[in-house]
Every structure is written in C-alpha cells, then in structure tokens.
Unconditional design. Structure first.
Length: 455
C-alpha cells in the first residue's frame, strides 16, 4: 500500500518520532532526544508489546478465536490490548489500581473493556491485589488468556524487534545513553539489549521511584521489603521483581521523588510543548539528576511513554497538585520543621505488639498517635482517641495485637512540601503525616501542633 496508508489501526503502531529537547535540558552537557511514544494509536508505548503478546499467544494456541483477554494494567497496556482486541474480535477484562488516574479507566471502558479497580496498598500476593484478581478471573472465565506483561517475554521481545532498531536508525548509531522509566522492564530491557549488542559501551539508565525495590536490588542483590511503601507516580517502580526486568542490561537505577516527577511532567509541556504523562516527568528529573554522567558531544535518548491527556485529573489539575503538596509555594517547607527539631525520628509499634504496649509507648513519648509497622515497614497507625474508644467498648482488647484495631497508614509527604500546604492534610481522620527525606532515607512524624507552630 502507499506510504502512511494502512489496512487497519494496528499498522500505525511504532515508527514514532525522535525529537530534540532544547529548553528543559539546557543544563545537560549532552544532546538529549525524546522518543515520542505518545503518537501510537493508544497514545503510549504499550501498544508495541500489546500486539506482540497477542500475536505470539495466537501462534502458540493460547489465545483462540472469540476468547477473553485478561490483564492487570495501569491503563496503558490495557489500551493497547483493547485496540488490538477490537480489530481481532476478542473481549477484554482488566484489573487496575485505585492509584491510577480516572482518565485511564474511563479510556479503557470507552474501548469496550470491563475494568475492575483494586486497592493499591496491598502485597502482590494479597487476594485483593490487581495481580491476584486478574489471575482469579482467568481461572473463572472460559476461553480466557492472561497477557501477564510482567513475566511474558513477548513484552521485551517487542522492543528488541521495534523500539531498539528505530532508535539505532534514527540516531545513526550515535546514541551513547538510554534513559527509561522501569515498570514491567520490557521497554528498557528489550530496547537496551538491542542497542548494547550493537554498541557495548552504551549506558542504560533505569528511572525508579521511592517506594520501589529495583534500585536496592540492583546494587545489593537484596529484595528489601523496607524499601516498599505507597507512592504516587504512575507507570514505574514495583514491589516485586518482574521477569522482564533483566538487571544485567540496566547499568544503574536512579530514583526520583513523586513531587519531582509531577513538577517536571508539567515543565515538559510548558518548556517543550510536548504533552506527556507522569513517567516522562520522572525520566526528565532522572536525566537532570544524572547530568554529570553525560558529556559534550554525546547523545542521550529518553523515552516518553504516554500522553498527558491521561492525567488531566491529577498532574494537570491545580487543585490536585495543591492537595498533594506538589505546588511550589513561597515560604518554609517541611525540611525547616525537621531542621528545627520540631519533629522527632519516627517511633512505632509492631503489628504483633499489644494495644497496651502501644499505649505505653505513646505515653512514654508523649505521642497522641503512632505508626504501626510490620517487618519495619509502616502498614498502619493508631491514635490514642481511637484506642480509648475501642477499649471502653471492649476492655479485653488491651491484650490483643495492635493490628486488630489499627487505623490506616499515615500519609507520606515529601520533605520539600511547603508548610502552607501541610495544614489541610492533617484532619481528625488523618491526625499526622510522615515526612520523608527520600534522598537521605529518613522519615519523621509530623502532627498538627508542629504545623501550627510553624504557621
């Protein structure tokens, strides 16, 4: 057929442009290009591996005519699968998490998919997790196939076959650094493997988020559950190790905070006129943090995974940004409260400690609330008012484990959050905040009185 004329929408997947970044990377010595995956039909890079996974499953007899595609997805993979399913005649059921933007779930439903929203802050093997629910649905649904993007090698194979060769051709082999946010691992490892086979000296940089296990596992070989806690950034980081993450391909992981990811996502739009999603902000923040590794004359390629329209209710919503504490507001930040020692290094109780022990610890430290931990990971909280109400009703609870009456986990906030934005975050239902100095690896507890004293 003539150039740029296709038999169906699937033919438009891939062949995405490479665009030089000029303003946002002005302080980076190297020349930086962005691979714009937003122009795929589903507006994300996940279209590439979605069609590859489906066609490989068809060839292997795993996906049969009239079948149902089931997958746990943050939204972008589901969109790629849904588009292909329409063309090929399949039904789709997707599980996602309540962390993902509403726009993503709405987009999936627009393409005829059934979407089931699951809680974020549960372990992957918890029956409520979106991983577990999708596996259960496969067992319960006749003629069903689970794409399993995390462990399905067709994911990374798609990028080895398409994304890597495209970048190599577009840079005429002059690429020196590849920067990619890491979630399933398929993009960075498939693309990086292809490029390293042709240029072994090429460096592959993985962008991770605080709350994810990738960076420490790469550097130490230890899967540390203490690294795991709730984070906001969508599309990167994990609390388990997907098989598609080939750590031998990735030279280094750089962590980026939720706050920096959100702020830089907006700056990409404002400075370059490129409307991209949350993980692109993480990637650019990572490039800027890594700039001392890049030299004049070198070429850096960073992948922009998805489109900003998926984040209208979050990153591009001023009210949401303020609620999250991400806006830049003049005045002191939570860092000043820590520096002035108005908060203390965190003290908690284990889920197995008794309620009586928790109350004694709160009394000894003059706390009105305390975090609850499990294997040194914060999983809940307990306030003295809630404990008192429970004990008045059932005195025997004093000798029961804290987990029987614990409340939801305190919210994590970035240490750079302006004090002016902290006050609305402290409520009777959430009487304290956990201030995280991500780069120093320290956590502090902040109460309403701490904020009032600063105001």
């Amino acid at each position: 057929m003539p150039q740029n004329v296709y038999g169906d929408i699937l033919g438009t997947i891939g062949k995405t442009p490479l665009v030089r970044l000029n303003r946002i990377t002005r302080d980076v010595p190297a020349t930086v290009y962005a691979k714009l995956e937003t122009v795929n039909p589903g507006n994300s890079i996940k279209d590439r591996m979605a069609i590859r996974m489906i066609e490989d499953a068809e060839r292997q007899g795993l996906l049969k005519p009239g079948g149902t595609i089931i997958e746990g997805t943050s939204g972008n993979t589901g969109m790629g699968l849904a588009i292909a399913a329409i063309v090929k005649g399949y039904r789709c059921i997707f599980t996602t998490t309540d962390k993902q933007s509403k726009e993503k779930a709405d987009a999936l439903r627009a393409f005829g998919a059934e979407v089931i929203v699951c809680p974020t802050d549960v372990d992957p093997d918890d029956p409520r997790s979106y991983y577990s629910v999708s596996s259960r649905l496969v067992a319960e649904t006749p003629n069903a196939w689970k794409a399993n993007q995390y462990d399905n090698s067709s994911n990374s194979d798609a990028h080895y076959a398409t994304t890597g060769p495209e970048i190599w051709e577009q840079t005429e082999g002059k690429i020196d650094h590849l920067v990619v946010g890491v979630g399933t691992g398929g993009t960075i490892c498939g693309t990086g493997r292809f490029l390293k086979e042709r240029k072994p000296k090429l460096r592959v940089w993985g962008i991770d988020t605080y709350g994810s296990v990738f960076k420490k596992y790469k550097e130490t070989g230890v899967f540390d559950k203490q690294e795991i806690y709730p984070y906001v950034t969508e599309g990167i980081g994990e609390d388990f190790l997907p098989k598609n993450v080939d750590f031998s391909v990735i030279d280094h992981f750089e962590k980026v905070t939720d706050r920096d990811a959100a702020l830089w996502t907006r700056e990409i739009v404002r400075q370059e006129g490129i409307w991209v999603g949350n993980s692109a902000g993480s990637a650019i923040a990572g490039v800027l943090q890594l700039k001392h590794h890049f030299k004049v004359g070198e070429t850096v390629v960073v992948i922009f995974h998805d489109h900003g329209s998926r984040y209208l209710g979050k990153i591009f919503n001023a009210d949401w940004m303020r609620t999250m504490g991400y806006e830049n507001v003049a005045g002191p930040t939570a860092r000043e409260l820590v520096k002035n020692k108005r908060v203390s290094e965190i003290v908690g109780v284990e889920v197995t400690d008794t309620v009586a022990q928790a109350i004694r610890r709160m009394t000894a430290n003059d706390f009105s609330q305390i975090p609850v931990t499990q294997d040194q990971r914060i999983v809940g909280s307990l306030s003295e008012t809630h404990a008192y109400a429970c004990i008045v009703e059932r005195p025997a609870l004093l000798e029961q484990p804290v987990k029987t009456i614990m409340q939801r986990v305190f919210r994590f906030i970035d240490i750079e959050t302006p004090v002016q934005l902290l006050a609305p975050m402290i409520t009777p239902e959430s009487p304290a905040l956990l201030v995280r100095d991500f780069k120093a690896g320290q956590t502090y507890i902040l109460t309403g009185s701490d904020v009032l004293s600063a105001i």
